[in-house]
Design a protein around this ligand. Structure first.
Ligand SMILES: CC(C)(COP(=O)(O)OP(=O)(O)OC[C@H]1O[C@@H](n2cnc3c(N)ncnc32)[C@H](O)[C@@H]1OP(=O)(O)O)[C@@H](O)C(=O)NCCC(=O)NCCS
Length: 173
């Protein structure tokens, strides 16, 4: 009896396992605006995502629970041109934040850019976005510039952007 109870409790306490997969199936695109709306006031449409993903130098990843084929909990889109990577957008569903999914997505981008021998990864982030800035600093990004009044929030208020950079070439190795 105690064994069965422990087994039932373990089912509830077990942490989900997540997998990161390349964003290439057309089927993924339908899920993206819903997720994007959980992070941004100007939501990109399915058509906008489709035309970005159709570009040769744009790539991305989704993260979802492993096991069954479930809807993604987050995604990242990036571009690689002339040795420079750029994060176009990244979002994790509100319900799954703080569980390491954003980091898994960013690490997948870093691995891909290492494979392609890119030299640097750049991004812009709202100066008031503490969680995103925390994520990027944790991954070794540093602030290399600022753009005053770059973003507008949902109420039209302007906020500045930090330009952040992560070098990908290891010196002396
Ligand atoms: C930014 C975002 C993608 C982070 O995703 P996440 O899955 O919650 O992040 P993770 O759990 O992987 O966190 C990784 C690291 O980020 C940092 N971090 C995460 N949330 C943070 C917070 N609220 N405050 C400060 N640092 C934070 C931590 O250093 C954390 O590392 P740790 O867990 O070892 O402490 C998510 O908050 C999001 O989707 N936000 C809305 C969209 C957005 O702002 N996108 C970025 C636009 S530039």
């Amino acid at each position: 009896m105690a064994g069965i109870l422990a087994w039932i409790l373990s089912l509830f306490s077990r942490r989900s396992e997540y997998i990161v997969m390349p964003l290439e199936q057309i089927a993924d695109i339908a899920d993206l605006p819903f997720l994007h709306a959980q992070g941004f006031s100007r939501v990109w449409s399915e058509e906008e995502f489709a035309s970005l993903i159709a570009q040769d130098n744009v790539f991305g990843f989704t993260v979802r629970e492993s096991g069954r084929s479930k809807r993604p909990h987050g995604f990242v889109l990036a571009r690689h041109a002339a040795g420079e990577g750029e994060i176009l957008t990244i979002v994790v569903s509100k319900a799954k934040r703080g569980e390491g999914l954003g980091r898994m997505l960013m690490e997948a981008v870093l691995r891909e850019l290492h494979k392609e021998r890119a030299e640097v990864l750049l991004l812009e982030v709202d100066e008031t976005n503490a969680s995103a800035i925390g994520l990027y600093k944790r991954l070794g990004f540093t602030t290399v510039g600022t753009r005053p009044g770059y973003y507008r929030d949902g109420e039209g208020k302007a906020t500045g952007a930090f330009v952040m950079q992560r070098d990908l070439i290891r010196r002396g190795g």
